[in-house]
Design a protein around this ligand. Structure first.
Ligand code: PPS
Length: 288
């Protein structure tokens, strides 16, 4: 399997060489966006796949057919991945893309066309837990070691994809300039209906009541867990090893409480305060 154990260094970030090359990363940073494009931005493990499903269902007005017949990486391809060109559609309507790259890498390209940007963030303690489990099952990441080892790398930003803190702060710094729609994973859990109303208004894609319900049903964790076009079971086992875990793992808020010791949580809170203290962001259930 291509470059499973390799790491690409780009713009000071470490990225899986299985999915990225210097060429694919340079192409992403110079991508000719259109104003009608929609870019979903996340730090890994923040609910990307959930939002890809929701966006697919919004544009299909609740019809599950596209979400159940086309893999998510083709419906909303990652800008920076090697296969991106394969899935790039030259259609007139809104093209849907995904990225984990930081704002500083895409700023020049985005400022030119100002497409719609959706930034989805998640309680970073839950991100760290989800990321740790993912690194254990996805063979394109280095072995994460113990959870304690991984957590220290997550806090100092040396994990693949870099610092969660810098990612969130970077993207929020362009919120006004880019007309960026910011939402959290926890808000989706709390009030998916209210969120769908706001997102469909932002996208200029109004929904009828029956369509709203269909979107909620088909984007539920239970439904997506069974959907082979969203649950990553189509990926070869040597790339994502099902004996070590599932991509659709738990899908809950606050699982960090089952993983963090009181000392780990206290250290996390301290670093969070240092990094995010003046940011005014809040995540449901972040602190004890
Ligand atoms: S990735 O690899 O960056 O694309 O991963 P990402 O999709 O961002 O995050 C995966 C986590 O999102 C959870 N998930 C969901 N939660 C609730 N509802 C739905 N429908 C849903 N779909 C995916 C998934 O289970 C991962 O979280 P954890 O905590 O590991 O379960």
């Amino acid at each position: 399997m291509a470059r499973l154990g390799e790491t690409q260094l780009f713009a000071g970030l470490r990225l899986p060489g299985h999915l990225h090359t210097q060429q694919s990363l340079r192409a992403a940073s110079a991508f000719p966006f259109r104003p009608s494009d929609v870019l979903l931005v996340t730090y890994p493990k923040s609910g990307t796949t959930w939002m890809q499903e929701i966006l697919t269902l919004i544009y299909s007005k609740g019809d599950p057919e596209p979400a159940k017949s086309i893999p998510n990486w083709a419906r909303a391809p990652w800008l920076e991945h090697t296969y991106f060109k394969e899935f790039l559609q030259e259609t007139e309507g809104p093209r849907l893309f995904t990225t984990h790259l930081p704002w500083r890498v895409l700023a020049t390209a985005l400022r030119k066309a100002k497409p719609k940007v959706i930034y989805l963030a998640r309680n970073p303690k839950d991100v760290a837990v989800s990321f740790y489990h993912f690194c254990r099952m996805a063979n394109f990441f280095p072995d994460p070691g113990t959870f304690d080892d991984f957590l220290l790398c997550f806090l100092d930003g040396t994990v693949h994809y870099g610092s969660w803190f810098k990612h969130v702060k970077g993207w929020l710094s362009c919120q006004k300039e880019m007309n960026l729609f910011y939402v959290t994973y926890e808000e989706l859990h709390q009030d998916l209906g209210g969120f769908l109303e706001r997102l469909s208004a932002f996208l200029g894609c109004p929904l009828q009541p029956g369509q709203m319900e269909a979107i909620q049903e088909h984007s539920s964790f239970a439904s997506m867990r069974e959907n082979t076009m969203a649950n990553y079971t189509l990926v070869p086992h040597e790339v994502m090893d099902p004996s070590k875990g599932q991509f659709m793992r738990k899908g809950i808020v606050g699982d960090w409480r089952n993983h963090f010791s009181p000392q780990q949580s206290a250290l996390f809170d301290k670093v969070y305060q240092q990094e995010m203290g003046d940011c005014g962001l809040s995540f449901q259930g972040l602190m004890d």
